[in-house]
Write a protein that binds this ligand. Structure first.
Ligand code: SAH
Ligand code: SF4
Length: 342
């Protein structure tokens, strides 16, 4: 049993089954999510017998950092973690001005097989449990807490496809969002999907306040299908239709992710087609020059081409931000570190 896999009600049940009063569960919960304690020894407000019971019955060492890398500008910290079964995942903290954005993983590897993605190139190993997802956040929350700082945003854009591990991902978000716990605002999460249409519909129906990002990367089925196999199951038209339904159901703006690849999807014509495709949709495009990976030939676009791409989109009514690539020197791109050390 992993401590972060437990909801408060489950923790209460366990504590009561051990013959302890309910308020002990509240103390444990506060210790975990307000003080960021990570081992039973730290719960000095509990009776020794309860601390020992916790240590014996429940696992606290869910993820173990095995490698920590800081980018040369020290704004990006990447951590590689070992799970209980020896598998590896990674999570990255990016500091932009006052923002501290944490990028976390939802699976070991990924089944979607996007050709340009280091995680996709690894293949799929397994889903993470909700507690393994929560553990990544609590690790960094503790790290920042020790520096009198806090996580401000969480993006589920590390290894894996969150909508392929839907239930555990939502459980993790709900646990982190719990008001009497970590209380991390729903609007400060962003879930990113490669376009699993039924899951987008489900997500829309749940009307969560969590932000949605959709990885698009191409407007034409032939090109998108060659980059993202999922497109052969749910094509561009179906995907955009589901995005319209999402905006209609939630009133929330969608972010489209676009990795700019030199000569592949970064021409002004492609920007025009993209603007046309997204016309009338409450959205925003996040374009990021490709992070090159060993298993894919494509190269990053140039600054000039990226600027033109953005200009064309905006002239055609679609807001666009060009994201600077961060942490390239520490292989902070999706899945890159784990694949280099596997
Ligand atoms: N599986 C989800 C979330 C994880 S990937 C998804 O695909 O949306 C997070 C983002 O990184 C996605 O937009 C993905 O397309 C992008 N990405 C993957 N490999 C990349 C690379 N080599 N360079 C730039 N972006 C990449
Ligand atoms: Fe999976 Fe996202 Fe990578 Fe595609 S881009 S292989 S969906 S992690």
């Amino acid at each position: 049993m992993l401590i972060y896999d437990l909801d408060f009600s489950e923790l209460v049940e366990i504590v009561v089954a051990w013959g302890q009063p309910v308020f002990r569960a509240q103390q444990i919960w506060d210790g975990l999510y307000k003080n960021f304690w990570q081992s039973p020894d730290e719960f000095t407000n509990l009776p020794k017998v309860l601390r020992e019971k916790l240590a014996a019955e429940i696992r606290f060492d869910i993820i173990t950092p095995t490698l920590k890398l800081d980018s040369t500008d020290r704004q990006t910290r990447k951590t590689l973690f070992r799970l209980q079964d020896g598998r590896q995942i990674e999570a990255v903290l990016m500091r932009y001005d006052r923002r501290k954005t944490l990028c976390i993983s939802t699976q070991v590897g990924c089944a979607m097989g996007c050709t340009f993605c280091a995680t996709g190139q690894m293949g799929f190993t397994r889903h993470l449990s909700s507690g393994e997802i929560v553990a990544q956040v609590m690790y960094y929350a503790r790290l920042l807490h020790d520096q009198q700082d806090v996580v401000t945003n969480i993006v589920l854009m590390g290894m894996g496809e969150p909508f392929h591990n839907y239930d555990n991902t939502m459980k993790a978000i709900d646990r982190l969002n719990a008001q009497d716990g970590y209380n991390f605002g729903a609007r400060r999460f962003t879930v990113s999907t490669s376009g699993l249409v039924p899951a987008i519909r489900k997500f829309a129906a749940e009307k969560r306040q969590v932000n949605l990002a959709v990885s698009l990367h191409a407007t034409e089925n032939e090109l998108r299908g060659s980059m993202m196999p999922i497109n052969r199951k749910y094509d561009v038209e179906e995907l955009i239709k589901a995005c319209h339904e999402y905006v209609l159901a939630t009133g929330r703006r969608i972010t489209f992710e676009w990795a700019l690849i030199n000569g592949v999807n970064d021409t002004p014509e492609q920007a025009k087609k993209l603007a046309k495709l997204l016309h009338g949709l409450l959205c925003h495009v996040n374009a990021i020059p490709l992070n090159p990976t060993t298993g894919y030939e494509g190269k990053a676009t140039t600054r000039e081409r990226a600027d033109i791409f953005k200009q064309v989109l905006e002239q055609n009514g679609i807001p666009c931000t060009i994201r600077i690539r961060r942490g390239i020197d520490i292989q902070a791109g999706c899945g890159q570190l784990a694949s280099h050390t596997a």
